[in-house]
Design a protein around this ligand. Sequence first.
Ligand SMILES: Cc1cc2nc3c(=O)[nH]c(=O)nc-3n(C[C@H](O)[C@H](O)[C@H](O)COP(=O)(O)OP(=O)(O)OC[C@H]3O[C@@H](n4cnc5c(N)ncnc54)[C@H](O)[C@@H]3O)c2cc1C
Length: 428
Amino acid sequence: MSTVHVIGAGISGLACATRAAISGVDVALYEAAGQAGGRARSFHDESLGCMIDNGNHLLLGANESTRAYLADIDAGEMIREIAPAAFPFMDLSSGERWRVRPGGGLLPTWIFSKDRRIPGTTTGEYLRQAYRLKRAGKTDTVLGAVGNDSVLYETLWQPLCRAALNTDASEASAKLMWIVLRETFMKGEEACRPWFFHKGLSAALVNPAIRFLKENNAEVRFQARLRGLRWTDHKITSLYFPEGMLRIEPDDAVILAVPPDICNDIWPAAKAPTDSRTIVNAHYRMDKPVSLPWDAPFVGLVGSETHWIFARDNIVSLTISAGDALAEKPNWEIANLLWSEVAQVIGSSAGRMPAWRVIKERRATFAQTPAQVNSRASTDTSIKNLFLAGDWTDTGLPATIEGSVRSGFKAASQALESIRNARADAKE
Ligand SMILES: Cc1cc2nc3c(=O)[nH]c(=O)nc-3n(C[C@H](O)[C@H](O)[C@H](O)COP(=O)(O)OP(=O)(O)OC[C@H]3O[C@@H](n4cnc5c(N)ncnc54)[C@H](O)[C@@H]3O)c2cc1C
């Protein structure tokens, strides 16, 4: 039987491996680390004495491939939806609070309602700026397209660029931001509903997938770091691991689902994006569960260092995207600085700074600037049985879980097709 060999057990590799297993071929998954999940994982943190996620993650209602993946691995119950869609915000410099509440229906009619849009903005501004984004070219940044002379720059475009593209609006790709708008706000309220991981990332995205693969007789190998590939006649013939060489049969397929820098080492022809941006997360373990304004599981912040604050059980977690400058500071300084912002949000219940943990994900995503977005690689390669997956490949979406899952599904489908072609060639 043919085997699909998947290198990397991040979300793209897991989505690819599970789809291939469903189709009935043999699957082997190789992961360099001791656990799966890559950039979206949970772990037991010694200083907090509990499980935490490496960083807060949100999905949106529009993320259909991710929900299909969760259904595949029987983990649909592990995400929770906020309906109707609402994004609560606080401005820590002015104390102002508001909620962006996309309304029902396909047209974004909510921008006509003062109660649903951002305070101090007019309907005309949304229409004009969305139109400018739609018309933006491949080399335009969000700042270049919309300008920064409206309140919307700091209260809408910056939070959206940082959250969806992990890139400051001054350098983020306008074309990619238009896609985000088109797939969410322009598709109605349901597409904008936030979905969050109420039991953590691994409980939803990772553990059920590993269980599913094992139940389907897939081989899952941890601490298996691919060092290189060999090919002849446009076919991969062997994989090199520190322990030795693995022979690849002519009707097997190989998928590289590794981060872009690793892909450039193993398969330089991919010319994957080389520039990345950091996400900083700070976690605090409180004595008891705390509630955020509107009793929401998360609140967006402006006029502050923190971009998002999440509360789950008695853990309060803060996210700062495109956080390369902040990440230069020592962890204790970041923990102190951000704790003063937590205290502003939750008020007197904050008390003294509790046990904390700061996590700097230096290569959280590739930098979603026009130049880097234009250098994303496609799924297929010049080698007939070699395919690429990952949030950085040319999914047409930002580097997100949804992009990763879509890239994994696409790679699985192309790998299966290459196997069918190889078998047909062998019969001739
Ligand atoms: C802090 C943070 C917050 C985020 N927030 C969100 C969010 O709110 N919403 C959202 O949708 N997305 C978010 N993202 C992005 C999302 O996590 C990523 O897009 C996604 O996890 C990438 O998955 P991947 O499989 O493409 O890559 P990776 O997760 O990088 O997986 C690649 C895997 O390959 C393995 N590997 C590397 N080299 C080798 C080798 N030589 N051999 C074998 N294995 C190898 C790695 O160990 C890793 O497990 C966030 C990311 C971070 C870091």
